[in-house]
Design a protein around this ligand. Structure first.
Ligand SMILES: Nc1ncnc2c1ncn2[C@@H]1O[C@H](COP(=O)(O)OP(=O)(O)OP(=O)(O)O)[C@@H](O)[C@H]1O
Ligand SMILES: [Mg+2]
Length: 394
């Protein structure tokens, strides 16, 4: 069928036609908004899951909801490779845009103006050149968010923005993607800001997404982090949701899936949203007409796996050095894992300590993560099968 009307969207952060199976997560966030607006205490939220389960698209959806409600928002993506000021810079710019939007709506209240001053001084204190480009005709606020210590300044920023939000009958929500890539200092500052605002019932919230090691990283940064956030796991979709994710986008285009064709793709995808999009896309392109048959689905899944092998999996494999690949191969013995680091070392015939740098490099490259102390696992589902499938020299 015509690829131009193909409704599937395998990719990073590409919004699916049908955001399936996330109603409970969306409802939890709506409850946060409603409670905050009613002045009731509520916790910030952390979503964790493997690569390709749909954390980014969920976060974007929630951010859109907060914006619709007129909230002051910021969207930031943590990035290990982009220098020490990337978090503070991204945060200041995104908050600035949101505050300008509030001003554009005619909000000129006193606290909004002082919040603008605090954002300016926060921005100046970490990115001396950045404040100018924020373009505010307001002076920096002396003594607010200008100590140069992120730990103290982020809390000032949170308190001042939260006060401005109260005056506008809204709240502040900061959405952080790839949050596991924040430094320990940044994580600790985020915790402190949430802790201080929570104690004073100031409506400032962080909605973070990250790999499954994020709760551990937060707990290592601040011991009370465990109680500070509502943690939710973003997982593969249960069968009915996976079915909806596959068949509804086609339905909008007037195309049906025969029941056993849909059941086959849902089973092969194991409910992973990225795989559903990939298999849906390749099956659609291969099928001649509606309804999509079981034969179409089988060919589509085959093409889909070939595309995952050359893209999704291959991209990670290609980033690994020969010794890192040896490490990944030793992990693959355990399927999707997790593996015990000591056991992986034993398989390779080396001491765990001598493999420390290899393991650390693989973690830095985002290919594996440590679910718990002494354990190691792949960040993408199906990586072990990919390693088994590929010919040794591919
Ligand atoms: N609930 C869903 N229903 C249907 N498709 C989805 C859903 N969530 C995500 N997808 C699709 O899955 C793919 C991956 O989504 P996304 O980029 O949000 O994952 P992610 O968890 O952020 O991955 P990464 O950890 O690599 O950043 C996209 O193609 C997206 O369209
Ligand atoms: Mg993402």
């Amino acid at each position: 069928m015509d690829p131009r009307s193909n409704p599937y969207s395998p990719g990073a952060g590409l919004r699916p036609t049908e955001l399936a199976g996330r109603d409970d997560d969306i409802e939890s966030f709506e409850i946060l908004i409603d409670r905050a607006e009613a002045g009731r205490p509520t916790r910030s939220m952390i979503f964790t899951g493997l690569r390709g389960v749909g954390k980014t698209v969920l976060l974007q959806d929630l951010a859109g909801r907060a914006e619709q409600r007129g909230w002051i928002t910021a969207r930031v993506e943590a990035d290990r490779g982009s220098g020490p000021t990337s978090f503070t810079d991204g945060l200041s710019r995104s908050l600035a845009t949101s505050l300008r939007r509030e001003q554009g709506r005619g909000a000129t209240k006193g606290r909004l103006r002082s919040a603008l001053r605090t954002v300016t001084s926060f921005s100046m204190s970490f990115n001396p050149d950045g404040a100018v480009s924020l373009g505010f005709d307001v002076d920096a606020a002396k003594g607010r968010a200008d100590s140069g210590s992120l730990y103290a300044d982020l809390t000032d920023l949170a308190l001042d923005l939260g006060d401005a939000a109260v005056e506008l009958d809204v709240g502040v929500a900061v959405f952080i993607d790839e949050m596991q890539d924040l430094t320990a200092e940044e994580l600790s500052a985020v915790c402190r800001a949430c802790h201080e605002t929570g104690q004073r019932s100031v409506p400032w919230f962080v909605i973070g997404c990250g790999l499954p090691n994020l709760p551990g990283a937060l707990a290592a940064a601040e011991s009370y982090a465990e109680r500070l956030f509502e943690y939710r796991v973003i997982d593969r979709l249960a069968k009915p949701a996976a079915h909806a994710a596959l068949t509804n986008p086609a339905k909008f285009e007037g195309v049906d899936w025969e029941p056993d064709a849909a059941a086959y793709v849902v089973a092969q995808s194991a409910g992973y949203p990225y795989f559903i999009q990939q298999f849906g896309q390749s099956t659609w392109n291969d099928a001649a007409a509606s309804p999509i048959s079981r034969g179409d689905a089988e060919r589509g899944v085959q093409v889909g796996f070939a595309q995952l092998d050359t893209g999704f999996f291959r991209a990670r494999w290609d980033r690994a050095t020969p010794s890192e690949r040896e490490y990944l191969g030793a992990m693959a013995v355990d399927g999707d894992g997790p593996s015990a680091s000591g056991e992986v070392a034993r398989r390779i015939g080396k001491k765990p300590t001598s493999l420390g740098p290899t393991r650390a490099n693989l973690i830095n490259k985002g290919i594996v993560y440590a679910p718990e102390h002494g354990q190691i696992a792949f960040t993408v589902p199906g990586m072990s099968k990919f390693i088994e499938r590929r010919t040794p020299e591919a």
